[in-house]
Write a protein that binds this ligand. Structure first.
Ligand SMILES: Cc1cc2nc3c(=O)[nH]c(=O)nc-3n(C[C@H](O)[C@H](O)[C@H](O)COP(=O)(O)O)c2cc1C
Length: 231
């Protein structure tokens, strides 16, 4: 049984494109036997990491000084096998989600070592997470818009000493719907997302072909620009 801790960083909660893709992915994971906990960073009270002294490493190891929503979710996160970070690209991240990522620091054990010449920590012994995956949507045309967000999630996995399990990205996600209804291509993308969930639970990873089909262009660059100026 895989336990999934999912956080959705979209201020539009389940109504946005992040919510559409994430809910399909999570349903797919549950159908394949995973147990899911889902939180919305903009609904939680997450103060910024601002003691400035790494107290959670030096003074009160593993404990953050801020008493807010993070205290309720730390135990749930620690028990999860998979951390799933879902977000719209906001050049690069919505503020609440960035606060969430910063506040993961107490979960890290600062027994620093070099891995591939980079300064790295690892999750503390009581943290079960072994993989981190990104689900991201963007409004702009090209997949390169996601590079910074992907790098942030890869870096998080690398500094925590766990596997980066890939990024499920959907550029110009708004083209999955027309007048509020899913288009045929939109439905096909959602089917591929269900397939990605199945692959993840069955094989421990999502195939490149599946990821490619989820990010495929739904409109030409020229049509994208035309629509932009017409709307
Ligand atoms: C502040 C802000 C910054 C954004 N920056 C980018 C960006 O750099 N690249 C991109 O592809 N989309 C960008 N977008 C568009 C959103 O990613 C897009 O509208 C997405 O569908 C929003 O997700 P949601 O529907 O879950 O709210 C930005 C949107 C906002 C509000």
């Amino acid at each position: 049984m895989t336990r999934v801790f999912a956080i959705n960083g979209s201020p539009r909660l389940d109504k946005g494109n992040t919510g559409l893709i994430l809910s399909t992915f999570l349903q797919g994971l549950e159908l394949n036997g995973a147990e899911v906990d889902l939180f919305y960073s903009s609904r939680l009270k997450i103060r910024p990491c601002n003691c400035g002294h790494l107290y959670c490493w030096n003074r009160t190891p593993g404990e953050c000084i801020h008493k807010d929503s993070m205290q309720e979710i730390y135990p749930i996160m620690k028990a999860a096998d998979l951390l799933l970070i879902a977000t719209p690209v906001y050049t690069p991240l919505p503020g609440d989600l960035q606060n969430f990522i910063n506040r993961l620091t107490p979960l890290l054990d600062p027994q620093i070592r070099f891995r591939e010449d980079r300064t790295r920590a690892q999750f503390r012994e009581d943290v079960q997470i072994s993989k981190i995956i990104l689900v991201a949507v963007g409004g702009w045309w090209e997949p390169e818009n996601f590079d910074t967000v992907i790098r942030i999630v890869q870096e998080l996995a690398e500094v925590s000493g766990v596997t980066y399990g890939g990024s499920l990205i959907r550029p110009h996600a708004q083209y999955m719907r027309k007048a509020g209804q899913l288009t045929e291509e939109g439905q096909e993308i959602l089917r591929m997302i269900e397939h990605a969930a199945q692959e993840l639970v069955q094989f421990g990873e999502i195939g490149m072909e599946t990821l490619e089909s989820i990010r495929q262009p739904l409109v030409t660059k020229e049509a994208f620009l035309g629509d932009w100026y017409q709307s």
